[in-house]
Design a protein around this ligand. Sequence first.
Ligand SMILES: C[S@@+](CC[C@H](N)C(=O)[O-])C[C@H]1O[C@@H](n2cnc3c(N)ncnc32)[C@H](O)[C@@H]1O
Length: 330
Amino acid sequence: MASTWASDLDLLRRRYFQQTPLRHIRWPTPLELDRQEQILDATFLSRRPSEKPAASFSHRFFKALINHAEASGAEISERVLEVFMDLLAAKVDGGIPQESTFKSYRLPSAGDGDGARADGEGCGACHLDEKWITIREDQLLTSGGTTGLHTWNASLRFAEFLSSNPTIIANRSILELGSGVGFLGLACSLLGARSVTMTDVDDDVIKRLTENVELNRTRIGASVVPDVQKLDWDEAREPSAAEIIIGADIMYDPSLASPLARVLGFLMRRDGGCRAVAWLAATLRQEETFATFKSALMLEGLYLERVGIEGVPDHFFHDEEARVILLRVT
Ligand SMILES: C[S@@+](CC[C@H](N)C(=O)[O-])C[C@H]1O[C@@H](n2cnc3c(N)ncnc32)[C@H](O)[C@@H]1O
């Protein structure tokens, strides 16, 4: 797709709300005064999504914008400078990574790359029908002894795949294992699932997951607000009524291979021998770890089919180099 100012602005906006590390942000050139103000309106001054990134991030973002504009000889907008100075005063964390922050993710939509349809907020990059998910999550990959307080790449990649293939979950009942902070389950809700149950084992994770469902409730619509439940793979032994079971980045620790395979065997069981379908997105960090999970799943009599996702366009910023693969388990 050819890059236009509208698509550049939309990309910048998505990178801002996802709090993408600044070294990964590509600034459009030239960056004249008018464009600086459009970026300001589409990011810091936009009313959607409602939760803003940390002040320290916003401050660094506008500092980079000003540096970039200055380097190209552009005059700097008074409005941008004013916000930059206000952010300097508001920046209370001294640049130290905060424990948790709000990241917002806009799901891919059919209109991506088209010209902008203004929403009346003075933000030319804002579309009326865009689907945002806001997640309070930790900056660190592991904190408090759990990996569940951060949105992992496999979830983002899985959501990109589902956005391109929404019929897989449309009008279906979904059970998610190891939901963490809840991005993927919330994405399923917004993509048309009939019901979504998100589960995890860790009490702190479940608390945050519940908060994140609440945070997004008004955007989701009452009929598909996800349910949150505790589900420990070591203990659950009942079939699930859900038609589809999903999980992202839950195949990361070899010691979890047998419990995960066993619980899937129970949850997917159906009368008459057929099974529910599970879709698992895994980040391939170590081939041996993945091989351990594959063997455990096959020992349970589960059939694994690798689904090609290479052709699905990257939409979110992905903070891990390791490749994500998708398995369909039956
Ligand atoms: C790497 S995180 C992935 C979180 C989320 N799916 C994502 O992609 O952002 C793995 C998740 O699996 C959960 N988990 C680990 N062992 C579990 C178990 N025995 N039962 C249920 N959940 C478990 C963790 O609490 C954590 O939330």
